[in-house]
Ligand binder design. Sequence first.
Ligand SMILES: CC(=O)N[C@H]1[C@@H](OP(=O)(O)OP(=O)(O)OC[C@H]2O[C@@H](n3ccc(=O)[nH]c3=O)[C@H](O)[C@@H]2O)O[C@H](CO)[C@@H](O)[C@@H]1O[C@H](C)C(=O)N[C@@H](C)C(=O)N[C@H](CCC(=O)O)C(=O)O
Ligand SMILES: Nc1ncnc2c1ncn2[C@@H]1O[C@H](COP(=O)(O)OP(=O)(O)OP(=O)(O)O)[C@@H](O)[C@H]1O
Ligand SMILES: N[C@H](CCC[C@H](N)C(=O)O)C(=O)O
Ligand SMILES: [Mg+2]
Length: 486
Amino acid sequence: MQILSNLLKNIKTITIIGDSSVEVSSIIIDSRVVTEGSMFVALKGTQVDGHTFIEKAIGLGAKSILCEDLPAVQAENITYIQVKDASETLGYVAAAFYGNPSAKLKLVGITGTNGKTTTVMLLFRLFRQLGYRCGLISTVQNQIDEEVIASTHTTPDAVSLNKLLAEMVQAGCTHAFMEVSSHSVVQHRITGVTFAGAIFSNITHDHLDFHGTFDNYIKAKKGFFDALPKTAFALINVDDRRGSVMVQNTKASIKTYSLETLATVKGRIVSDSIYGLQMEIDGREIHFQLIGTFNAYNLMAIYGAATLLGEDPDEVLVEMSGLKTAPGRFEQIVSIKDKKVGIVDYAHTPDALENVLKTIKQIKGDDQQVITVVGCGGNRDATKRPIMAKIACSLSNKVILTSDNPRKEDPLEILAQMQKGVPPIDFKKTKTIEDRKEAIFYAVNTLAQAGDIILVAGKGHETYQDIQGVKHDFDDRLVLKEAFGN
Ligand SMILES: CC(=O)N[C@H]1[C@@H](OP(=O)(O)OP(=O)(O)OC[C@H]2O[C@@H](n3ccc(=O)[nH]c3=O)[C@H](O)[C@@H]2O)O[C@H](CO)[C@@H](O)[C@@H]1O[C@H](C)C(=O)N[C@@H](C)C(=O)N[C@H](CCC(=O)O)C(=O)O
Ligand SMILES: Nc1ncnc2c1ncn2[C@@H]1O[C@H](COP(=O)(O)OP(=O)(O)OP(=O)(O)O)[C@@H](O)[C@H]1O
Ligand SMILES: N[C@H](CCC[C@H](N)C(=O)O)C(=O)O
Ligand SMILES: [Mg+2]
């Protein structure tokens, strides 16, 4: 319970109508879950305008309304707070409601098209190994020390986020690691959150459905760095050509990591094989269990963040050398019968798919064929569909195009768009099988010979296939095992 005026202390309002000493029992952005004493925040969304639910929220017990447009008729005994941007204001109000929990933690956020989940999960595991109680906010799951909480988004909405952070503080966590999606910056899910550090991994093609242009997508990610305080570090991958743009206007202390040029954290790959990466980082040579150049970048980011948070470099590297891959990220399953190698990877962007396939090419034996099973999500950036199909063809011996969460779209239409990217020369090695299970079985049992590699890309850790809004049980790893007869 909080007093409304305390929540509005540093907020610029247009008008406040009604009693500002009213108590606020909870902050709610969805009218359907309002309870007695809630503050209902009316947000203009991508589907509907939350302002149309104000009356309904009051009917369910809301006593204060945060909005951009005042309703023509105002109810009695209700306090209306009118602001210019309800979504931005919500960030500050939610942080205040939960006692600004982020400021009580060493919170590190990472943004970038790829590598966020891998980096935060590994940072979380590393800091636990170093003896700290930690929190994790990620696409795969959220965690408060040992307690696992299901995750619905890569970055939760402002209320859920601050609630989670407050629970972390309550549980005695000192550190927390979270993914910062571009959606979350634009929608102010992280507004009012204090970061001790921020990481930029890379930016490539994705989410153009939401941001409209690549420029807007860059601006969204940059917004995260623009808002950092002086006390934070901004750790940037300078091998990505947009790296320096990210920190053009930041107040944070700028640090860099690179495989190619001078940087705060300078790395070099000594060798990269099926057994892992041998790297030199900051002049120290060390072996890691992760595979692939893209993971060399993730490892430098983790090392950089840990040392910038004050940890001892040698101890950090020793602990890091034992870290295993995150679920569904280059996860390998080998058939007991004939040693076919299944690789489940969350590559759902052109860049990720290319990286994973290049890594496989680099570490595989000459006699191993690569068979790729891949699809593209429905109600998501359609422009990546032909590009991903083309990449799959250019770096695999055989390709099966299949479904990956068609959501509300027609799966055959998504597949037709993917097929447009297949060069005529590759028609013969490409097959389309709408049903993902059938596609994996066909790859394993009809196409693959003993020892071949089957990359199943796009779903990683996911345990469902979303068809027409219904989530059916589906796990690439389990289907692969079934097809292998393991
Ligand atoms: C496109 C997008 O980001 N949508 C998010 C956004 O919803 P929206 O703007 O569409 O909301 P809306 O449905 O138009 O509703 C507007 C407002 O009316 C309210 N409402 C609605 C109906 C009602 O009866 N009563 C009511 O009060 C809603 O609660 C909302 O506050 O705000 C919602 C609440 O925070 C999110 O759940 C929702 O995520 C949807 C489910 C989603 O799929 N988001 C994906 C694209 C996403 O956020 N992905 C990123 C990045 C992924 C990555 O690359 O890692 C992520 O961070 O997860
Ligand atoms: N640093 C990296 N650079 C490029 N590709 C990467 C990198 N790290 C991982 N990948 C590839 O991208 C896929 C997704 O990785 P990860 O889940 O860590 O990214 P993410 O940024 O969390 O993605 P999302 O936006 O969907 O949450 C991996 O399965 C792998 O194929
Ligand atoms: N965070 C990403 C995940 C995509 C995963 C892929 N399996 C799909 O469903 O498109 C998104 O929501 O766009
Ligand atoms: Mg993620």
